[in-house]
Design a protein around this ligand. Structure first.
Ligand SMILES: Nc1ncnc2c1ncn2[C@@H]1O[C@H](COP(=O)(O)OP(=O)(O)O)[C@@H](O)[C@H]1O
Ligand SMILES: CC(C)(COP(=O)(O)O)[C@@H](O)C(=O)NCCC(=O)O
Length: 337
């Protein structure tokens, strides 16, 4: 006859057994974390012997507004990262080749290696994405690297208004996730030309007649706030399911808030001063008034999105780059293999 006694009736049931020393050892954070932590000095030593033939002008082209990116940062942080991703790309390509051989489909097109880059508004994702695009294209196995940003898949402002979510630009529901998924699926399937819509920060909307065309790259980088969101009942396949490698750009909330504020002050003198800018009304604000507007955007949109949607996806990344207040990466967290 089956035993029916409850757990409470059994003094040796799993919930009442004292934690043994062995089990306690298993609960140590370094054993339970999915990441291996590598500090900057150790990470920098992993840089390959390969030269870094970057010019000052190229470096300037990577730099986002307000980011003090220098040669040391590229060399010590991004060079080892590009080498590691290169190793992943070679490994995945070999695995695909073997799979095609197994299926007797050797003639089928090579699928690109897809990288996701996630993180908050103003954390510096675009800079990381531009550096990686350049450095990865220097490896002989992957000369063609394309970069797209997910803002092109935001619903146009009129559609956001129709849905009543105009104040939630950047939140997961403000994107046409099916179109983004279709786009990456087509690139992965080797379709000759795939078009991504274009978003303009200047006009703060999708530009109807402009597209980014992606033509069978070796590597596709997909950069955006929410690219690491997991699948859900409503969206059973997420774009993150198609990534071969992903990077989460991380920093303290207080630091990112300060970066956002400083960038807003700088944009006031540059982009906002353009008569076509959606934000031109902010160009004439004095510092105090501009900071108040930036803080309002930050407090009502960008910080809630970071806390509720973006940061919870950090643990899903292959690598986390942890930036300090001076924008420098001081720690790299790498997913344990
Ligand atoms: N209102 C704006 N006008 C012009 N450019 C902007 C504006 N807001 C952001 N940008 C630029 O858009 C790019 C993406 O910004 P963002 O989404 O905050 O990502 P990140 O700072 O992580 O790269 C950055 O290069 C930034 O300088
Ligand atoms: C366009 C963005 C949603 C970022 O899109 P992404 O390419 O990361 O998907 C963001 O940069 C933005 O403009 N957010 C609106 C709130 C604000 O301007 O601060």
């Amino acid at each position: 006859m089956a035993e029916t006694s409850s757990a409470a009736a059994r003094p040796d049931s799993p919930s009442t057994v004292p934690v043994s020393t062995d089990t306690q050892a298993l609960l140590r954070p370094e054993l339970t974390s999915p990441f291996t932590e590598i500090d900057r000095a150790e990470w920098a030593r992993l840089a390959d012997e390969t030269p870094l033939p970057l010019t000052e002008a190229e470096l300037a082209a990577f730099r986002g507004l307000g980011e003090p990116l220098d040669m040391a940062e590229v060399s010590e942080v991004y060079r080892p990262l590009s080498r590691l991703i290169n190793q992943y790309a070679i490994g995945v390509r070999e695995m695909h080749r073997r799979t095609r051989g197994f299926l007797h489909r050797d003639g089928e097109p090579q699928s690109p290696f897809v990288i996701g880059i996630a993180g908050s508004v103003a954390v510096g994702k675009s800079t990381v994405a531009r550096i990686l695009r350049d450095l990865l294209a220097r490896w002989p196995e992957t000369p063609s690297v394309e970069l797209i940003t997910t803002d092109g898949f935001l619903y146009p402002n009129a559609e956001l208004e129709r849905r009543g979510i105009a104040h939630r630009k950047g939140f997961p529901e403000s994107y046409d996730r099916r179109s983004l998924l279709r786009f990456v699926t087509q690139v992965k399937a080797g379709v000759a030309e795939v078009c991504a819509p274009h978003y303009s920060h200047l006009v703060y909307d999708i530009v109807p007649d402009e597209v980014t065309v992606v033509r069978r790259p070796d590597i596709l980088i997909v950069e955006g706030l929410n690219v690491l969101q997991p699948a859900s009942m409503e969206h059973p396949l997420a774009v993150s399911d198609l990534f071969d490698f992903s990077v989460y750009v991380d920093a303290r909330t207080a630091d990112i808030r300060a970066w956002y504020r400083n960038r807003f002050l700088k944009l006031r003198e540059s982009a906002f001063a353009n008569p076509s800018s959606h934000f031109r009304r902010f160009a004439a604000l004095d510092d105090e008034a501009a900071v108040a507007v930036a803080d309002e955007f930050w407090n009502n949109i960008n910080e809630p999105n970071l806390v509720e949607n973006i940061r919870p996806t950090r643990a899903r990344a292959t690598a986390v780059l942890r930036k300090e207040a001076d924008h420098r990466v001081q720690k790299v967290l790498l997913r344990k293999i």
